[in-house]
Design a protein around this ligand. Structure first.
Ligand code: BG6
Length: 458
């Protein structure tokens, strides 16, 4: 059965940062590529339709995505409801503005503390009837608040109408993890504990928290990118083959991975903070929030038992790049004795800012000696033409396709992994900007393992 198409797009927080950076460019992309011809209704506390239109123009100019024809269509579709999230009259005005639309798609681009009044008022005003809702991350700030948020959203929307956004799932290279694993047969025999020594994920960002100090200081790296983006990557990397082609078949397997991750203990985690972070606007002068984290996860499954999964993420690091490195066990040294013990073979999935998949191997160096060198066999895919994640995800939500959205049970399972180290946070280590984080990060590695630092994009 085909899902109904949403027939109006409503976004709360229309004058905010997320709308400016992501939602307007995504809507413009949808209008340009997919003939997205719905009424677009912004809801915000201040301004009027003219200021919202000016903001849409400025957003497209800033994203280098200004096509005057597309902009004109966007401006023509834009409508505005001014009001407050806790004022029922605002929602009655919204219902009037929706006119004949029977299946609106609501996007909550607002702080999580405002979700509950908006959802309740959507219900009371009739705006939730027949509607879908997109909820921005972070979905809660720990397991208890995620559970309570899930029950708040469920007061007005069924699970089939809830779209918990994690833009990493909308990234082409992340989708390719799933594709590459299950479209090839050579991987399956080695994709298990007998052959894989460790899995390592690094999400490095060379920039700092910039003007997001106030937001970031309420979150920290673990909540900002590990609980969501990186655990979702692990779920695709480690899952069993889906038992069919339905979105639920994939999401079932993703959930099983997240549910099998052992909850973190403080000794599995090293937190860092770059020097100077405490002077950023919006950051507490004595903040102990992490801007870097290194941690070690374990998956309690038959396939992955005993294989450490190392995760590193941080700001103000030497490069901006996200990579997954699956390190295979070393061959025994009975045939060739190398001077330096080589790294094992590996598979490297580079997810940002460019994309590649490569197989690290050894080949003999020219000459008489049976000595080798590391080589990397590349499958590169850099079309650059893919739809940006927010465009893709809003389009999917409009069609009711939940494949690339986080399900209730998965979000809670991910918080279950993280929760213990939010309650008992390990100490914070200062690091110098432009370094790979505090030296203490090595403590999460098993003996003989080392971090593989991604290179800058060429
Ligand atoms: C966001 C985080 O969810 O993801 C940011 O809040 C982070 O702190 C960003 O920089 C990274 O996303 P991308 O798409 O730039 O890799």
């Amino acid at each position: 059965m085909r899902a109904v198409l949403s027939d109006a797009f409503v976004f709360f927080g229309a004058t905010g940062d997320l709308a400016f950076k992501q939602i307007f460019p995504a809507l413009a992309g949808l209008i340009r590529d997919e003939d997205f011809d719905l009424p677009i209704i912004g809801v915000a506390r201040s301004g009027d339709l003219d200021t919202l239109r000016a903001r849409a123009r400025a957003s497209l100019q800033a994203s280098a995505n200004l096509d005057e024809v597309v902009l004109a269509k966007l401006l023509a579709r834009l409508r505005y409801v001014k009001g407050s999230d806790d004022d029922l009259d605002t929602f009655h005005a919204l219902r009037t503005e929706l006119g004949e639309a029977a299946h609106p798609l609501h996007y909550l681009a607002i702080p999580p503390s405002l979700f509950a009044p908006v959802i309740d008022n959507l219900k009371r005003s009739g705006c939730a009837r027949g509607a879908r809702i997109i909820v921005e991350k972070p979905f809660g700030r720990d397991l208890a608040s995620a559970r309570s948020l899930n029950s708040t959203v469920h007061r007005a929307f069924s699970e089939a109408s809830i779209f918990r956004i994690d833009h990493y799932l909308g990234k082409e290279p992340v989708q390719n993890l799933l594709y590459f694993r299950f479209a090839n047969s050579f991987l399956e025999p080695i994709w298990r504990r007998e052959y894989v020594a460790s899995i390592q994920i690094t999400m490095a960002e060379a920039f700092d928290v910039a003007d997001r100090g106030a937001f970031f200081d309420q979150a920290g790296t673990i909540r900002d990118v590990v609980q969501n983006h990186l655990l979702q990557v692990i779920s695709l990397l480690a899952m069993e083959a889906p038992s069919g082609r339905t979105p639920e078949a994939v999401r079932n397997q993703q959930f099983k991975v997240l549910d099998s991750l052992r909850p973190l203990r403080p000794e599995d985690v090293v937190r860092g903070q770059y020097r100077g972070y405490r002077s950023v606007k919006g950051v507490a002068p004595d903040s102990t929030v992490e801007t870097f984290v290194a941690l070690r996860l374990h998956l309690d499954t038959w396939r992955w038992g005993g294989v450490p999964i190392y995760v590193r993420a941080g700001k103000a690091l030497p490069v901006t790049a996200t990579e997954v490195l699956v390190e295979l066990r070393q061959p025994p040294e009975v045939v060739f004795q190398e001077i330096e013990p080589p790294d094992g073979n590996h598979l490297r999935f580079r997810l940002t800012p460019d994309m590649s998949i490569s197989l690290g191997a050894r080949a003999k160096r020219p000459g008489e000696a049976m000595l080798g060198e590391a080589v990397e066999l590349f499958a590169r895919h850099q079309s650059g033409g893919e739809r940006p994640p927010y465009q893709r995800l809003i389009g999917d939500a409009q069609r009711g396709d939940q494949s690339l959205f986080a399900r209730e049970d998965s979000v809670e399972a991910a918080w279950r992994v993280i929760d213990p180290v939010l309650r008992t946070a390990p100490p914070i280590h200062e690091y110098v900007r432009g370094s790979w984080g505090p030296a203490a990060a090595a403590a999460v590695l098993a003996q003989g393992d080392h971090w593989h630092d991604p290179e800058a994009a060429s």
